[in-house]
Ligand binder design. Structure first.
Ligand code: ATP
Length: 243
């Protein structure tokens, strides 16, 4: 279980961008988080991924209170969470070939011997062809680079996966491929998912439950006040190859 309780976080102590946000993601559950641009979704996602220390509130992972963030977070907790960001070019080291980008977390955690097997599994899982693996980020498309970023997020077999607007810049075919890759991974491992985004239709198809920012922060809903309904994704069984 991933639990965020009354999280307050931001970049200026006097003006936090997230105030009293709470949500939980149960084992094997896929939770979608919707909200207007700039409300603080990515900041909350980064708190959940142990990348941003909150000013107040509690994060529990399987009942264990997280007390340290970023490089101070315990390795077993850091490696239990995988995150994929919206803009692959900002999150991928431009000097690394895709093969090194994907394998880097294994090398950083002393698991080099797993690299060959994991590369074979993951490149097939995310639909990356072998000719792309020797290229650097500027030599591939956004969709191909995002596939590599997803493979990197999965390489340590995280128990929780956070997709922060993972498909916002991508076409429908690449979006379907990446969602299918995530769902195939979750079906095989039982991992949980927090998917942040703006696309109501996609999150409602993809996730077991969809929360609006108003619900997470306890603010009064704006507009009609009608909240998204829950429904399940009909999963594509084949990951289309990278284009
Ligand atoms: N590193 C930073 N330093 C200062 N302010 C930041 C930083 N990152 C984000 N912000 C601000 O915090 C607020 C929330 O940003 P955040 O990215 O969490 O929102 P979001 O809901 O994910 O937005 P979007 O849907 O547009 O991606 C915004 O006003 C943004 O300008």
């Amino acid at each position: 279980m991933l639990e965020l309780h009354d999280i307050t976080a931001g970049y200026d102590r006097k003006a936090p961008v997230v105030r009293d946000a709470s949500l939980t993601v149960a084992p094997r559950e896929a939770v979608g988080l919707l909200g207007p641009s700039g409300c603080g979704k990515s900041t909350l996602a980064r708190v959940a991924a142990l990348l941003h220390r909150p000013e107040a509130g509690a994060l529990l992972l399987d009942g264990e209170h997280v007390r340290r963030w970023r490089h101070r977070a315990p390795r077993d907790l850091r490696t239990a969470i995988g995150i994929v960001f919206q803009q692959p070019r900002l999150s991928a080291d431009p000097r690394l070939r895709l093969t090194d980008l994907i394998a880097e977390p294994l090398r950083a955690t002393g698991r080099r011997d797993e690299v060959p097997d994991r590369m074979t599994e993951l490149t097939s899982a995310v639909g990356l062809t072998s000719d792309l693996l020797d290229r650097r980020p500027h030599e591939v498309s956004d969709g191909q680079l995002q596939r590599a970023c997803l493979a990197r997020a999965l390489v340590l077999r995280p128990r929780w996966l956070i997709c922060d607007e993972m498909t916002a810049m991508l076409d429908a075919s690449t979006t379907a491929a990446l969602v299918a890759a995530v769902e195939n991974y979750r079906a095989a491992t039982g991992a949980s998912l927090l998917a942040v985004g703006h696309d109501h239709a996609l999150l409602r198809r993809w996730c077991d439950r969809v929360l609006h920012w108003n619900e997470v922060t306890g603010q009064a809903p704006s507009g009609t006040g009608k909240l998204p309904e829950t429904s399940r994704l009909r999963k594509p069984s084949v990951v289309p190859p990278a284009t």
